[in-house]
Design a protein. Sequence first.
Length: 168
Amino acid sequence: MLDHISPSSDTQSQPEFNNPVVLKLFDQRYATQLRRDQRVDPWTMDIEQQYRRFVFDGHASEFVDKLHSNDNPAGEEGDTWDGAQNEALLCDYMGDLYETEVEVYDTLKELQGQDVPRLFACVTVPGRDISSRDTLATKYMDIPGILLPYIDGFPLTSIANHAPKQTW
């Protein structure tokens, strides 16, 4: 269930859903490449429970504030982060990726539907089992996303196999 859908800044025309669409979610639980890049263990229910406690106790907000202030949230040199801290890092990182992508689509709004896909809407999938809509908890538990048209093609990681060399 989508909790919030806000149309893109182009309110002149409503999206027509005659073709398939893609809901791109920025959910750290499934960010497998980011987890590899950051050397973070794969998501598990145990890590999720640790993360929930970390969020609801207010520690996630404190941790991310320290990250943004360049303090070492792990403490002394050589200390390592636990699963909950890693999840907070990834959640914050995914939030930054979401905000950047929305900003890019907004900047390129005149090209949407021509040279870049059209951003139909920004969405928020409600947090995982949050009983109250506590603003602090929703920041770390809700999942932002964007609704885009489906474009048949290939991933950029395999461009060498699909696109002629002279085009890249």
